[in-house]
Design a protein. Structure first.
Length: 250
């Protein structure tokens, strides 16, 4: 596999060489690249031209050794004593994430969450354009959100083809999510972001990312429970509480 050294971004490669140069990244690295990109954009907006691995790692919330390993997969090693070129590294990461081309997105389900997603300004600044909104509720059809009219779910398949939709976002109740996914797949959409609390059945060539806020809260609840268990003392008092009581009594 050909890797591009710092100073030549993968985005500058064309034709057959581009296929050879595209890095085969570990899933954990892919998951961290958006965090690096967010941090780099913030640094660039603050006027930084270069950043050390330690500085970028701190801004992204990871350790510097992990960051250097991740970026080495892109062929980016920085310059000793200087660090990484912020603009160049943004270009490299955006190329690998496919953000150098604006991707058309449709949103299905205009409840409270769907409304919030449809009105989020951050999609456009990160390479995504919501081109169509859908709902099964007749009372919502025709409503305008950020300049887009809500269409009926019956039009989803046709519009997905016409607009060359790359990613479908599902924010429907769980009972409707599978049917929506089936229509998206039939229309040729092979990437789905699912906010519905259910598991979708899709062909092997379709990538699904699931976002379940309740699950995330349950995971945080586990960590709260674990922290409480580690500090608990006989009688149900935490170590901190016990220490404070002893200090008061002394």
């Amino acid at each position: 596999m050909s890797q591009q050294r710092h100073g030549s971004t993968p985005g500058h490669v064309r034709g057959d060489d581009a296929v050879q140069a595209f890095p085969d990244l570990p899933e954990a690295t892919i998951a961290r690249l958006p965090e690096y990109l967010r941090a780099l954009h913030n640094l660039g907006e603050a006027g930084a031209d270069t950043v050390s691995s330690e500085g970028l790692a701190a801004a992204a919330g990871v350790n510097s050794a992990k960051l250097r390993k991740d970026l080495s997969h892109l062929g980016s090693y920085g310059t000793r004593g200087v660090g990484y070129d912020v603009t160049l590294l943004i270009e490299q990461i955006e190329y690998v994430l496919g953000l150098d081309q604006r991707r058309a997105v449709c949103l299905v389900g205009l409840g409270n969450l769907g409304h919030a997603l449809a009105g989020y300004d951050g999609f456009a600044s990160r390479g995504f354009k919501i081109v169509a909104l859908f709902d099964a509720d007749e009372s919502k059809v025709g409503e305008h959100i950020h300049g887009l009219a809500v269409r009926h779910i019956a039009d989803l398949g046709r519009v997905a083809v016409e607009e060359k939709i790359a990613i479908g976002v599902i924010a429907t109740p769980p009972g409707a999510a599978q049917a929506v996914a089936d229509v998206l797949v039939d229309a040729g959409v092979t990437s789905i972001l699912n906010f519905a609390p259910c598991v979708l059945s899709v062909p092997s060539n379709v990538d699904v990312r699931k976002v379940d806020l309740a699950i995330e809260l349950q995971i945080l609840s586990f960590h709260e429970h674990r922290k409480a268990s580690l500090t608990a003392l006989p009688g149900g008092r935490s170590a901190a509480t016990a220490g404070n009581q002893e200090a008061v009594g002394s």
